[in-house]
Write a protein that binds this ligand. Sequence first.
Ligand SMILES: [Zn+2]
Length: 230
Amino acid sequence: MEATNNKIDSIKRRVPRRHKSDKFPIRAHEIMLKDAFVGADFPSRSVKWMRFGIGFFSDVVLMMKSSVHLDNHKGNDTLIKAYHRAIDSFHRYTTQHRYVSAGVSLHTIGDFYAHSNYIDLYSLYARGRKLPMDKEEIPVFSTMIDNTDFLDFAKSQGELRTGTYGLISDLIEKIFKTKPKPGSHTLMNLDSNKSINGGKPFAPGATFTKHEAGVYAAYQECRNLLQRTL
Ligand SMILES: [Zn+2]
């Protein structure tokens, strides 16, 4: 255990913290999922490596990998496939005792809620159907993946998608400080309460933000995976 800690710390020291100036704090995912491990049936050494995969490894080493952070994904089918892939790979990696990679899969699950329009679409969908709007009623995507009513609704709204990131247009936006484009990561993300979209209320009159809605759903789903109920 001590050896694992030292090893992780020394890796962290060697890699520069490129995200320091960004709004999205490194290890946000790791901190968010801290409690999801409670009661999970993994040895503490494996948990350490998994948490390393969730936070530092995903956000720094795999920073530009769209398949990890789900940027630039378009369409219901594409997002469903990516979500299934994250769930399946989590199971496969834990079976193979590849815990850093299993952690990366959990990071991807979290980014689905923070980087896609799922929370926005679900808010509209629930309001239209007069469903309860409490945070605790927001479904995890694994329970909506086969819900044709919701998926048809998503289609009618332009389908599930994630924001654009790392494209030429985003680079221009950064360099020339131009207005972020609709559909960009900057405008869409729910990474924090300080992000443009994340700080907005989940629905008119809601006492919690879209960011908090996303965190709730991401936490529940990762908990399902860690507690092996999914
Ligand atoms: Zn990410």
